[in-house]
Write a protein that binds this ligand. Structure first.
Ligand SMILES: [Zn+2]
Length: 242
C-alpha cells in the first residue's frame, strides 16, 4: 500500500517507481538472523583462493586484452610489449592522454595532419599506415592489408594462408612495421622529421632480416631471399664446427 502525498506525474518519477518495484521484487525476506557472506565465490565462503580467482576473473573480463597475447619470439621483447600496450590503448597518443585528463595542444596526426593522434588512426586509417601496409603486403606477397583495429595487426598472420617459417616471419614483420610506424610518428611529432615511407619499410626489412637471421631457428636465411620473402623451412642447427 502506498501513501502518496501527491500523485506521481513526470516520466522520471514513473520510471523511478518501476525501478523501485522491480528491486523490491528481488528481495526475499526470511526469519533467519542476518549474517555476512562473501559474494565473490559461488559457495559464499571467503578464502584467499576465492579472492585470487575473483581478481583473475575480473582481470580477464574488465581488462583491455580479451585474448592472451600471442608473443613473437624472434623480435625484440620490447616490440612484443609495445604491441600489447598499443592493443590496450596504453601508448602515449593524444587520445590516450586525454582519457587520462592530460591536455595536449596539438592533437592531429603528425603524418597527415588530418585524423586525431590515436592508435586507431596511426596504425589503421592514416594514409601513411595504409601505404606502409600496402608495401609490406606486396613484399610478402599477400592480399592488401587493411586493419580495422590494432588487434587485427597482432592476429593477421593467422589469416594470410602462411604456415611454418613463413607465418613466423610474417608475424614478426608486421609487428616490426607497427613499431617502426610508432617510432616514425614520434620523430615526426617531437623532432619535426618529415615522414618517408620508403625509409620505414627499409628499416622493417633490415631489422627484420637481422633479427630473423640471428634470433630465430632459421639462421640460414640470406638477404636476397629475405627481400623476396622466400623463407625456406630448413632449420639451421648450430653446433661446434668440425
Ligand atoms: Zn594520419
Amino acid at each position: 500500500m502506498w501513501a502518496w502525498a501527491r500523485h506521481i506525474e513526470t516520466e522520471l518519477e514513473v520510471n523511478e517507481l518501476i525501478e523501485l518495484c522491480s528491486r523490491l521484487l528481488e528481495i526475499n525476506l526470511v526469519d533467519n538472523m542476518d549474517s555476512w557472506e562473501w559474494i565473490g565465490a559461488e559457495n559464499k565462503v571467503f578464502s584467499v583462493g576465492a579472492v585470487k580467482n575473483l581478481l583473475n576473473k575480473s582481470g580477464q573480463q574488465g581488462g583491455d586484452q580479451q585474448t592472451p597475447f600471442d608473443e613473437c619470439k624472434w623480435i625484440l621483447n620490447k616490440i612484443n610489449i609495445f604491441m600489447w600496450r598499443a592493443a590496450a590503448n596504453k601508448i602515449a597518443t593524444v587520445e590516450a592522454l586525454r582519457i587520462r585528463h592530460i591536455e595536449v595542444q596539438e592533437d592531429s596526426c603528425a603524418f597527415c595532419n588530418d585524423g586525431i593522434d590515436s592508435v586507431a588512426h596511426i596504425f589503421s586509417s592514416c594514409y601513411a599506415a595504409s601505404v606502409v601496409w600496402n608495401q609490406i603486403s606486396s613484399w610478402c606477397k599477400v592480399q592488401n592489408l587493411f586493419f580495422f583495429g590494432f588487434e587485427d595487426i597482432s592476429m593477421i598472420h593467422e589469416f594470410v594462408g602462411f604456415s611454418g617459417a613463413k607465418k613466423e616471419a610474417f608475424k614478426g614483420i608486421v609487428r616490426i612495421a607497427a613499431w617502426c610506424l610508432w617510432k616514425a610518428r614520434n620523430k615526426a611529432r617531437f623532432e619535426q622529421k618529415e615522414i618517408r615511407i620508403g625509409e620505414i619499410v627499409n628499416k622493417v626489412k633490415a631489422l627484420g632480416f637481422l633479427w630473423f637471421k640471428y634470433r630465430s631457428r632459421f639462421g640460414n636465411i640470406v638477404w636476397d631471399d629475405w627481400c623476396k620473402f622466400v623463407i625456406m623451412q630448413v632449420r639451421c642447427f648450430l653446433g661446434p664446427s668440425i
